[in-house]
Ligand binder design. Structure first.
Ligand SMILES: [Zn+2]
Length: 295
C-alpha cells in the first residue's frame, strides 16, 4: 500500500539528507531531466519533444489499460524519482490521487520537486471523455503543453525542445491532413465501436459514431442498451463493428454472428509500445482498418 506519508518521505526528505549521506538526487540522471508519462501516446509525445536531452519513462506497463489501473509499490518510487509527471488528464489518471493527494496539499509540489503536466489543458473537451489523444489535432495541443513544461523546467535545453516540438507538430499536422483527405473520399461514414473511445476522432474527421456498445469503460452494457444497439445497427444498415486488438468481447462476436457483421479491430492506443514513432504508426494503422471497413 502506497501512503502519502511514504511519498513525502521519498520525494521530500531523501533529497534533503542526500546532501550529506543519502544517495544522489534522483530526479536527474547524468544531468538529464527525468520525465514520467502515464500512457503510451504521451510517451511518444514526450520522447519526440525531449529527444536525447531527457530520460523518458512510462508508468503503466505495456499491455495494461489506464481506466482501472491500480498503483504498484514500484510506482511510488518511479514518481518520487521523476521531475516531471506528464498526465493525460480529464480524470483518466484518477488512481494517481491515491499517490499524491490533492495538488494544493502535495509537499512534492510545494518544494518544486515534482511538476505535474496536465496535457488536456486547452483541449476542447467532449463532456468528461478522456480519449483526447485519438485526434491528432488534440495531440498537437498535448505536445505544446509538454513543450512549454520542458522549456520552463529545463531552460538550458529550451532551444532543442522548441525545435523538436515544431518538427513533431509539423508531422502531426501532416497526419491530420492525411486522415482528412482520406476519409472524405469514403463511401460510408458510420461506425459502431465497443469501447467509448472514438468520439474525438469521429467528431474531428466527419465519421458518425452510430452507437457505442460499452458506454462507460469497465461497465458491462445492459440488455436494454444491447437491444438499442441492435436496433440502431439494423435501422442504419451498418455492416461493420469495431473492437480492440487487445480484447475479444463475447457480445461483439455474438452480435456479429446474429446480424451478419464484419468485425474489425481499432486500437484505442491506451496501451502500446514505447517509441517515438508508435503514435503516428498506430493512428495510420487505424486509418487503414477504417478504410477497409468503410470504403
Ligand atoms: Zn478508454
Amino acid at each position: 500500500m502506497i501512503t502519502l506519508r511514504k511519498l513525502i518521505f521519498l520525494a521530500l526528505i531523501c533529497p534533503v539528507i542526500s546532501l550529506h549521506a543519502c544517495r544522489q538526487p534522483v530526479t536527474q540522471t547524468g544531468g538529464k531531466l527525468r520525465i514520467l508519462t502515464t500512457i503510451a501516446p504521451l510517451y511518444s509525445f514526450a520522447k519526440n519533444v525531449a529527444g536525447d536531452e531527457a530520460i523518458v519513462d512510462n508508468l503503466i506497463p505495456s499491455g495494461v489499460g489506464p481506466h482501472e489501473y491500480s498503483l504498484s509499490p514500484g510506482d511510488a518510487r518511479k514518481v518520487s524519482e521523476t521531475r516531471i509527471l506528464i498526465i493525460n488528464g480529464v480524470k483518466l489518471e484518477a488512481w494517481l490521487n491515491k499517490l499524491q493527494g490533492p495538488a494544493s496539499e502535495s509537499p512534492t509540489n510545494d518544494n518544486k520537486k515534482l511538476i505535474i503536466v496536465d496535457t488536456s489543458a486547452g483541449v476542447e473537451l467532449i463532456g468528461n471523455d478522456p480519449h483526447i489523444w485519438l485526434s491528432p489535432r488534440n495531440a498537437i495541443m498535448q505536445v505544446k503543453n509538454i513543450r512549454d513544461a520542458l522549456v520552463k523546467v529545463d531552460p538550458d535545453n529550451s532551444e532543442t525542445y522548441t525545435k523538436n516540438s515544431s518538427e513533431y507538430i509539423q508531422r502531426l499536422g501532416n497526419l491530420d491532413k492525411e486522415i482528412r483527405n482520406e476519409i472524405r473520399t469514403w463511401k460510408q461514414n458510420r461506425i459502431v465501436t465497443y469501447h467509448p473511445a472514438f468520439k474525438y476522432f469521429a467528431g474531428e474527421y466527419g465519421l458518425e459514431l452510430a452507437v457505442v456498445i460499452q458506454e462507460t469503460p469497465e461497465i458491462e452494457p445492459s440488455p436494454k442498451h444491447i437491444a438499442h444497439v441492435i436496433e440502431t445497427i439494423k435501422s442504419k444498415g451498418i455492416r461493420a463493428i469495431f473492437t480492440e486488438p487487445q480484447f475479444s468481447h463475447k457480445i461483439v462476436t455474438s452480435l456479429a454472428g446474429d446480424l451478419n457483421l464484419q468485425v474489425y479491430s481499432l486500437d484505442t492506443l491506451e496501451t502500446g509500445l514505447f517509441s517515438k514513432e508508435w503514435y503516428e504508426d498506430s493512428i495510420r494503422s487505424n486509418l487503414q482498418v477504417l478504410k477497409k471497413a468503410l470504403n
